[in-house]
Structures are given as structure tokens and as C-alpha cells.
Design a protein around this ligand. Sequence first.
Ligand SMILES: [Zn+2]
Length: 263
Amino acid sequence: MASTFPFARLRPLDGAVELAAATATAATSTRPEAVTALLCVLLDSVGDQPATRQAIRALPCATREWLVQWTAARLNPGLRWFEARCAHCREPFDLSLDLARPIWRAPDEALTEISVATSLGPRRFAVPTGEHEEQLALREPGADPRRDVASLCGLSPAADEEADRFDEHDLQLIDEALERASPDIADMAAARCPSCGRDTECCVDPLLFAFPREADILSEIHLIASAYGWDHDGILRLPARHRAAYAGMIARERRAQTSMARR
Ligand SMILES: [Zn+2]
């Protein structure tokens, strides 16, 4: 359904936007906070709304992951190969993936709250969003992640205490109901490990490799400014591809000069 499928618009990407994204992400302490910071800076709009912090935090978790993959693919159009690690023998291997078309599945019924008939009576729960994800990442994890979610998303005034009293069947019902009301995204890739030959599942996190890093951008700025004498803001206005290309040419030229001088 086109109306419920996430769609977004990126801001025009120049060095200033990239540097702002890198700085905002570096200042966060948990992954969900980094996702919020990154999407707020890089996206102009999501659906028909401006990509404000509030709007990004209100999105379901899977929709945020979809946006991370989609944005990563737009920033790195040629990116296809990733290093994955086998879950059985722990050997690294190369995995080919197309991030440009992440698979997103609409929920059976898109709801923001669900009701579950628990052993304590009917209870309501909020369907987890980025805001819940951020809060969960700051909490000390309990023995059962389903209990943590029940306590965080429970809408009863005694949700914390009730989460401890839910039995196994309650936790299962709550988990299933939340899953049915949430969109889903394929962020695991199936592969056969070339080392041990067993089937393995790899989790792909574009946050670890697909977004600009503050140190890299600053080092490109330094290289271009010291070679051409251009000012900082002028360099930041260059499209990212051009900045990287200039920095690459200068670095190659300097390497050639150094090796000539050694002869
Ligand atoms: Zn293996």
C-alpha cells in the first residue's frame, strides 16, 4: 500500500549537512539516539511530515531501520559488499547486498496501541516507536527482553510492577500482538559461510560503515584548504563526491611528490 509504505526525501547533500550528521551522531551515547540524530539531519521529510526530531522518534522501529538502509544506499550508490561474520565458526566473509531496496512489510493492522487479555485482566500497550527504543537502550536490560518491553510500553499506571507479574503466556501474547501491529524489515541476510559451509544469518548495520565520519570530513577539508587555499565554508558547500575526489587527487599528488623526493 503506497499510503503506508515509508517514503522520505533527503536534504541536498553537501559537506555542511554531512558534517552536521557526523557531529550529531558522534554526540549520542546509544544506537537508537544515533538513528534519530542521523535521520533528523539527513532527511528533509518523512511521509508528508517535516523530518523533525519528534517525527523521527514517533516512527515505528522497523520504519526507522528502513530509513537508515534507504539513506545509506543513497549516500553510497555503489556500495554492494559488506564484511559479515559467520555465527558458527566466527570467520569473516564478504557478503553482497542491495541496500537500495530494503524489504519493509506493513503491519497486519497499523495501530499505535494494542489491547491484550492478560492473566491480570485486559491491559493496553503502546506499539514501540523510536522513543521507546531510545528509552530501552538507556535501561539496564532484564533477564527477559519481553518483560522490559511490557514495562516500558505498558499503559497501565502500574505497568512496571505488572511487567514483573506477567506469566510466560502473557508475555507471549503481548509479544505477538505488538509484532502484528508493527511493520517489519528484513535486516538479516541469509548466507552460506565459505569457511565452514554452514547456513548463517548476518545482521547488517549501515550505521557502522555507510555514513560520513567527522574525522574523515575534517581531514578532507584540511587537505583541500592546505592545497588550494579555499576557505572552510566554501569547501563544505561542495557536493560530497567532489570533495572526496579533490582530496583523493591531492593525496595522490603528495604521495607521488614524496616518492620522487626519495629517489
Ligand atoms: Zn562458518
